[in-house]
Design a protein around this ligand. Sequence first.
Ligand SMILES: [Zn+2]
Length: 118
Amino acid sequence: MTLFDDGFDRFWAAYPRRVKRDYAEKCWRKLAPDEALQAVILASVEAHRAEWTTRRFTPHASTFLNQRQWTDEVVAEPADARLPTTADAYGWCDHEPRCGTYAGHDLKLAREARADKS
Ligand SMILES: [Zn+2]
């Protein structure tokens, strides 16, 4: 537990894509949301879950905070608009350790493909 509760722990627990915690915490501190804004942000995270169907479409917590994405309109895509990828079929990434970003995952797949050929 931190010395005082600024709401970050609650936000972090509710956020579906937990990467770069330290940076996200810095962004939270900078934003310094009061209780009313914290409630708005948490409600928005819940509302966005329908839209963030895969990690690929889920912004980093820091991005969500910096770009004030809780003010964004939530538009859930129809299921058939989403293009299935191999990574989706395997739960986004089956690497060990898991790739932090989709771009990093793609890069790794490309490297592996090249290594197989040589
Ligand atoms: Zn991967």
